[in-house]
Design a protein around this ligand. Sequence first.
Ligand code: NAD
Length: 492
Amino acid sequence: MTKHTSDESTAKIVRDYPKIGLFLNGEWVYDRDPYTYVINPSNESKLAPVPKATDADLQRALSAAERGFRVWRDTPPQQRVAIIQKAVKLARERIDAIATVLSLENGKPFEHARAEIDRSMNFYEWEMGQALRAYGTIVPGASQMQKFVIKQPIGPVFAVTPWNVPMSSAARKTSAALAAGCSVILKPAEETPGTACELVRCFGEAGLPPGVLNLVLGDPAHISSTLIASPVTRMVTFTGSVHIGKHLSQLAASVMKPVLMELGGHAPVLVGASVNATEVGRISALAKTRAAGQICASPSRFIVHQNSYSEFVASFAKTLNELRVGDGLQPGVEMGPVANVRRLSAAQSLVDDAKNRGANVAAGGHRLGDRGYFFAPTLLTDVPLDADVMTIEPFSPVAACVPAVDLDHAISIANSLSVGLAAYAFTNSLDEAEQLGRRLECGVLSINHFDTPDADTPFGGVKETGIGREGGPSSLDAYLVTKTILQSTVTV
Ligand code: NAD
């Protein structure tokens, strides 16, 4: 693999990184103490300070969201859609500038950042359609009783989003909440706030009424405990780690608020004996290294039929070794750095643990260079099932591969964890495909490809991976409450 960096050209682009602010009641607020700094993971330089919201700022966000909700709730869906449509148009017009911001703060290649933004705008387009179809029901009843079931927006939403897909996660949550008629207080990850600021700026300029979409940054634990405890917020939506998801769910449970939780996975990839193992090995390596392995649906446990194992491993390792790794803003780069220093040490510790337990390193296994958070695309083979990398989500470009004797064996390894989000399988047997669909414990199964759901199909997990679904025909449900109206036609 080769590593590409160019400090000179990146330095020119860094000027385009936005000033990071809080967005409260339709106004940007910048002059706050820094909580931390956004770091460019390609060269470890500081991009911008992240302002720390004060208690007064959080109270302002809450009262703005409360007022904004009353306005937005009463705005007809057609008018809501017209404003969201304008924001989407602005984001699409600015896609190159926003992709530059995303790539600078997260590290992923520019073209991948662009694709993430494009896909995120599709989420808004889907939810705009949903806003117009949030139908109620009329229930047949006795002649003197009319029974209506209507759907209403749940209220102000607290949305917390991660650093690995800073646009897609913010778009998933704000698209459904705003379409449903809710106001939102968005807290993006402090590691990647620039993309969320650019998204919110589009909404501000599109004419979204003040208070409908607010953005806060600062100490995440303090922000979460304050905003969840407040009676103003009515629902909590989060994408991130299982650990933080459980913590936020506990805070919400203590005040009986519903949650939508999209948490971690550790996606198994089951490769049968009937497939072209060289081709599946090649596309597996490319899928594994997308976003440097930092996607909740990233394929990470490769469970390969013993007859195809050597061919699969050879092709996977060859593809990893040929990958162009470098600064995401350099042309031709296929994989950037991991997004923060925590992932660098986590990746190394998984590799060291696996080696100590007897696994082989077929590719990579170490940091690349000493500046920037680059980790070599890594394939570990013959990994013992109790190695950390088989049980802890790698969230880095580290893949683990084990042989399986048959389908039952492969499925038992795949289902052995407490999480279940995405799963992938490669087989040319209809019988195997049917069994995999029925028996794998996951929220999404992709057979013979590595695509994940678009806006039109539900995305979410089972077991400790979370609660609820984003996208698909029921995408607004988490943001709506059902009200039953029993109206007597008898005068009193
Ligand atoms: P982490 O769990 O400490 O997460 C840090 C992030 O969570 C920060 O962005 C922070 O803003 C937020 N956070 C921390 N405490 C919070 C609180 N009390 N309230 C609200 N937000 C809070 O660690 P990490 O190193 O960022 O990631 C660890 C693991 O999390 C990864 O290995 C991966 O498994 C998982 N993860 C999953 C996703 C996903 O898309 N499902 C995204 C990011 C991370």
